[in-house]
Design a protein around this ligand. Structure first.
Ligand code: SF4
Length: 334
């Protein structure tokens, strides 16, 4: 497969092969082969980024859809993704683009940044790198992210968080907000269901917190990561970072290779209750819910942001993202 794709970052030569150092898999890639993510290719001893400038989806989405609730609520963001992933989740909800090569069109960084700037008049915040795993798109996200910042716009990542520390540190100054998928606190779950290492996802959150806006999502799969103990461990770890770290409990639906029935609503409510003992902002998503997606002040109970579907209405928010009723810090950037 001769390629004109640009040379990738974070790799080294290794016994005639190349070793990719972008994520903790450290794939040892033979000439003519790709790494586990399928998008980093050994082209006669040079690692190339196959998906640079190639997108599978371009949409102007509400930022609530990422989901990100405490960063410019109610605004839109140009959302782009490519294909490939460095995990193999049997329950993947986006498997058509993450687990197989999907049709792409070209959107080079300059064109992406120009499109984002043109859409500002429609309320666009910047670019969200989403749909498939953005860290394996590192070179493109980095180049586009720089152009987005030059235009005064924002970069948002929706990620599984599985990345090495050095590339994370390099990208962080360009990232304004991120949602990190914490699938479980149990590394065995990552090994069984996702063929991956959960520690790296948690490490990404711990490093990024305080340096960019961070929220996390936990997809709840019946019988796999839905025990009281699972939720308690997640709550304790998240509260150890900050009780103001927003957590999205997400309803699972059967997809790809996982045919377990959808998460019962009672399970989501149990998760919300257990997490809310330690955390101020717990949201229930992927389900129609009257109260589960609103932001209430944890001190006085005032309704700060009301959400219906992906529509958000700011009701009681003062300067600095504080509750307009009592002044409590809600950690909402706007
Ligand atoms: S980014 Fe891809 S090729 Fe590189 S180590 Fe991770 S899975 Fe392997």
């Amino acid at each position: 497969m001769p390629t004109t794709s640009p040379e990738a970052r974070y790799w080294e030569k290794c016994d005639g092969n190349v070793s990719c150092r972008l994520c903790p898999w450290h794939c040892n890639i033979k000439p003519g082969a790709t790494g586990l993510c399928r998008v980093r290719y050994n082209d006669e001893g040079v690692l190339r980024a196959l998906t640079y400038g190639r997108v599978t989806a371009v949409n102007l989405d509400p930022i609530e859809k990422k989901p990100i609730f405490h960063f410019y609520p109610g605004r839109l963001i140009l959302s782009i993704g490519s294909w490939g992933c460095n995990l193999r989740c049997s329950f993947c909800q986006n498997w058509e683009i993450s687990q197989q090569e999907a049709p792409t069109k070209e959107l080079m960084p300059v064109a992406a940044a120009e499109l984002a700037a043109q859409l500002e008049s429609q309320g666009n915040l910047g670019i969200a790198y989403t749909y498939n795993e953005p860290f394996i798109w590192f070179e493109y996200v980095y180049d586009t992210g720089k152009l987005i910042h030059e235009r005064g716009l924002k970069n948002v990542l929706v990620t599984n968080g599985i990345v090495e520390v050095e590339p994370l540190e390099e990208l962080l100054p360009l990232v304004d907000a991120m949602n990190v998928d914490i699938k479980s606190m149990d590394d065995d779950f990552y090994r069984r269901m996702a063929q991956g290492v959960g520690m790296a996802a948690r490490r990404t959150v711990e490093i990024a917190w305080g340096r960019t806006h961070v929220e996390i999502t936990n997809l709840v799969i019946p019988g796999e990561n839905d025990s009281d103990e699972d939720f308690r461990r997640l709550a304790e770890w998240a509260a150890g970072i900050s009780r103001k770290l927003p957590v999205h409990i997400s309803r699972y639906f059967p997809n790809y290779r996982c045919q377990i029935p959808p998460t019962p609503l009672e399970t989501l409510e149990r998760a919300r209750r257990i997490l809310a003992e330690k955390l101020d902002f717990v949201y229930v998503g992927n389900v129609v819910s009257v109260e589960g997606e609103n932001t209430r002040c944890p001190r006085c109970g005032a309704l700060a942001v009301r959400r219906r579907g992906y529509h958000a209405e700011i009701l009681s928010l003062a300067e600095g993202g504080r509750c307009a009723s009592c002044g409590e810090e809600l950690g909402i950037v706007r």
